[in-house]
Design a protein around this ligand. Structure first.
Ligand code: ZN
Length: 141
């Protein structure tokens, strides 16, 4: 019987392969030790340390909308822990970007003049006491 390769979106115990890789990455606490891009095609790339071989690192590259890793686990069609580390990083960046968008939307909403403080007509302004009288005054009496 041929070895069955589960699709990355297929769920096992309610989790996709990517979610399981993210959970393994979080549990292992592997850091991203380098960021950049691949010289040959400009693809975004991240360096993640190997878990099994100290001192070695794996390069995870974003090609289209897919993360690819050069490790043995990834070569077998699995979503490896290195991809999980980068998925976690990208998810955190997406959350930060969404929070920044919400903040910007809130700032823009706050910057819009409220109807309550919008100046009314020129006649209203002309009848305001300080607009028609420029005598000095004191707030103390
Ligand atoms: Zn890998």
């Amino acid at each position: 019987m041929a070895k069955r390769v589960a699709a990355k979106s297929a769920k096992v115990n309610g989790q996709t392969a990517i979610e399981r890789a993210q959970a393994r990455a979080t549990a292992a606490g592997l850091p991203i030790i380098g960021r950049g891009w691949r010289v040959s095609d400009g693809a975004l790339a991240w360096a993640v340390p190997s878990q099994s071989e100290p001192g070695k690192r794996h390069m995870v590259v974003l090609v289209g909308d897919t993360l690819l890793c050069g490790c043995k686990g990834s070569a077998n069609g699995r979503v490896c822990i290195h991809q999980g580390v980068v998925y976690n990083e990208l998810a955190a960046e997406a959350r930060a970007w969404q929070a920044a968008q919400r903040t910007q939307t809130a700032i823009q909403a706050a910057a819009k003049p409220s109807p309550a403080i919008t100046p009314r007509s020129d006649a209203d302004r002309a009848s305001a006491p300080l607009a028609r009288d420029n005598r000095p005054f004191s707030i103390w009496r």
